[in-house]
Design a protein around this ligand. Structure first.
Ligand SMILES: Cc1cc2nc3c(=O)[nH]c(=O)nc-3n(C[C@H](O)[C@H](O)[C@H](O)COP(=O)(O)OP(=O)(O)OC[C@H]3O[C@@H](n4cnc5c(N)ncnc54)[C@H](O)[C@@H]3O)c2cc1C
Length: 389
């Protein structure tokens, strides 16, 4: 098999890249180790930055998102039984975010890929990237028990944190932080109790109220890092959520049947550089953020837009300039998202070894956001997204 761009992984990064390249007249092959149903059902991100929304629209992948997605003009911070709304458009010159689940983004992009007739091979596992420093890199893969090779001009590793592509970048440097807590996330068949996301800081730990649609709620609780989701009955989860969202007014939490429950570890991770020869890393293959800032999927989108633009530029002009700048261009935005995600995480979570002094500082940081337009604008700008490229 031969193609211009071999893409490993059909998560949001790989699928969007295939679409962007198709639109630019560049052929690609996508290899995905899981089956289609798994990729379409994997519950993860749900917040699309303004820039991501614009990219999906321009790529011709925004039709259902515009019909079914929920535009959000703000979030609520909840602390000390108080509520403070951050108004995005007022603080950022009109920007907002869109609530549209990653599952739906992937479904839309898979449907487009199939419609345009581009190769998308499910249940095909990449085993290794070879010859990245030559002008004929290869992906060795296994499909239906048989090993084969995909020859490419370029390989893009969009295979997530546990993929194989990153190991083919020698002499890389990694920067990492793990947090001493996780998120217990649930999906529940009940209308969201608030029309915008609620980020709650509580002495018992962080809680987040989010949603997938007008009838499906997504909620998270900070739990100890070694938590087993089965130790948490539905009733225990709802009781704990209720406590952490408590306010001095008459706000109430709606309860409903829990349809999914899982624990997500919290990690910050960056691998530098994001390129070796003709192998490029994109999305979670190169970096991870804790989900508090809702940045992971949006970073993946930024990376593949940067790569697609760089390759189109090379095709049009013969110049490698933008491809050579790929890693530095992406990393600048990645580190801004790492900083913001870290800030949001330490602002809102209760560290197991936090001192009373640190607890007070946390409240003072929240109070500062609630009382200073400059501090609030900083949060709103970062939440709605950093520019791509
Ligand atoms: C609970 C949770 C909540 C989150 N919330 C948000 C949020 O609100 N907003 C946000 O922006 N981000 C969020 N994220 C992060 C976001 O989901 C990820 O950043 C995003 O999925 C990254 O996309 P990706 O395509 O780079 O990687 P992935 O989605 O991990 O896709 C990688 C793909 O590669 C495939 N693969 C792996 N190895 C191989 C191989 N050897 N061969 C072939 N295929 C392979 C995998 O099966 C997978 O399909 C959240 C994540 C979690 C876990």
């Amino acid at each position: 098999m031969r193609t211009t761009v071999g893409i490993i992984g059909a998560g949001p990064a790989g699928l969007l890249l295939a679409r962007l390249l198709h639109n630019a007249g560049i052929d690609s092959v996508v290899l995905e180790s899981r089956d289609r149903a798994y990729v379409e059902r994997r519950q993860r991100a749900g917040i699309l930055e303004q820039g991501t929304v614009d990219v999906l629209r321009e790529a011709g992948a925004g039709e259902r998102m515009d019909r079914e997605g929920l535009r959000h003009d703000g979030i609520e911070l909840r602390f000390d039984r108080r509520r403070h709304r951050v108004d995005f458009p007022a603080l950022t010159g009109g920007r907002s975010v869109m609530v549209y689940a990653q599952t739906e983004v992937c479904k839309d992009l898979i449907a487009l890929r199939i419609e345009e007739g581009g190769p998308l091979l499910f249940e095909t596992e990449a085993l290794a990237v070879e010859g990245a420093d030559t002008d004929r890199p290869r992906v060795r893969f296994r499909r239906e028990g048989v090993e084969d090779v995909l020859e490419c001009d370029y390989v893009v590793g969009c295979d997530g944190f546990w993929g194989v592509a990153r190991s083919a970048v020698p002499d890389g440097r990694t920067f990492e932080r793990t947090y001493p807590f996780s998120w217990l996330g649930i999906l529940a068949d009940v209308a969201p109790s608030h029309d915008e996301l609620v980020y709650a800081r509580h002495d018992r730990g962080f809680a987040l109220l989010s949603m997938r649609s007008p009838s499906v709620s997504r909620l998270y609780l900070q739990v100890p890092a070694d938590t087993d989701a089965d130790d948490w009955s539905d009733e225990r989860i709802w009781d704990e959520l209720e406590r952490r969202f408590e306010t001095d007014d008459d706000w109430t939490l709606r309860r409903g049947p829990v349809t999914q429950k899982s624990v997500t570890p919290m990690r910050s991770y960056v691998h530098e550089p994001m390129r070796h020869g003709r192998l490029f890393l994109a999305g979670d293959a190169a970096h991870i953020v804790p989900p508090t800032g809702a940045k992971g999927l949006n970073l993946a989108v930024g990376d593949v837009v940067t790569f697609a633009r760089a390759l189109a530029h090379r095709t049009a002009t013969g110049s490698d300039d933008l491809l050579d700048a790929y890693s530095a261009t992406c990393l600048r935005r990645v580190w801004q998202a790492e900083r913001f995600s870290y800030d949001m995480t330490t602002l809102l979570h209760t560290a197991p070894d936090a001192t009373p002094f640190e607890d007070r500082l946390q409240l003072a940081r929240l109070d500062r956001i609630a009382s200073s337009r400059a501090a609030e604008t900083d949060l709103a700008e970062a939440y709605t997204g950093f520019p791509i490229g």
